[in-house]
Design a protein around this ligand. Structure first.
Ligand code: OGA
Ligand code: MN
Length: 202
């Protein structure tokens, strides 16, 4: 796992983002996707909101449904996921001195045709979110299914930007600087599943 962590960190240091396959095994992806479906079937998901309090639901901006993970009611596979994140946080703190103290994660489901318009993950009123992390839970995702994460990278001249595309294949993890990199989720033809969260300072 340390080589996976290392490749993500190398990417963040060089370009502000890192992508790694096999952050989760296919077994972990399948198990988390089933827990997600169990919980969604039990009516535990809500339309995601925008802004710090997540009070405004506006599906012209984002159309996903989410459920926050909670250590206290985590299933064994959810607890194992949060443990992997805790190890990653420890690794980041040992190599990058970001002073991460906390993390928060939610499941996300994007029904077909929904999207999340270009945005930044840090709130103007709260800069504790340092790194955004997305782990995809999609089996057999094809390029033609859509749903890419587009990340906008400012060029050194600060005038132009470059766009990179991440396909949301199961087991893949993407991590980027929450306060710096704008990004968007493109619509997909299939339901798009992930666990998404933030590594925060105190
Ligand atoms: C988010 C987000 C990206 C993705 O939830 O803030 O940008 O690929 N998600 O799901
Ligand atoms: Mn985002």
């Amino acid at each position: 796992m340390n080589t996976v962590f290392e490749s993500i960190i190398d990417g963040i240091v060089a370009e502000g983002y890192g992508v790694a396959d096999n952050f989760l095994t296919q077994e972990e992806v399948t198990a988390l996707a089933s827990r997600l479906h169990d919980r969604r079937g039990a009516g535990q998901f809500r339309a995601a909101g925008i802004g710090n309090q997540q009070k405004m639901v506006q599906n012209t901006i984002r159309g996903d449904e989410i459920l926050w993970l909670d250590e206290a009611s985590a299933t064994p596979e959810e607890a194992a996921f949060l443990q992997r994140i805790a190890e990653f946080v420890q690794y980041v703190n040992q190599t990058c001195y970001l002073g991460l103290r906390d993390y928060e994660f939610h499941y996300a489901v994007y029904p077909p045709g929904t999207f999340y318009k270009r945005h930044l993950d840090q709130f103007r009123s709260d800069s504790r979110r340092k790194l955004s992390v997305i782990c995809y839970l999609n089996a057999d995702w094809q390029e033609s299914d859509g749903g890419q994460l587009a990340i906008y990278l400012p060029e050194a001249d600060h005038q132009t930007e470059r766009q990179i595309m991440v396909t949301p294949v199961g087991g893949r993890m993407v991590c980027f600087e929450s306060g710096r990199l704008e990004h968007e989720v493109l619509p997909a033809t299939r339901e798009r599943l992930s666990v998404t969260g933030w590594l925060k300072t105190g």
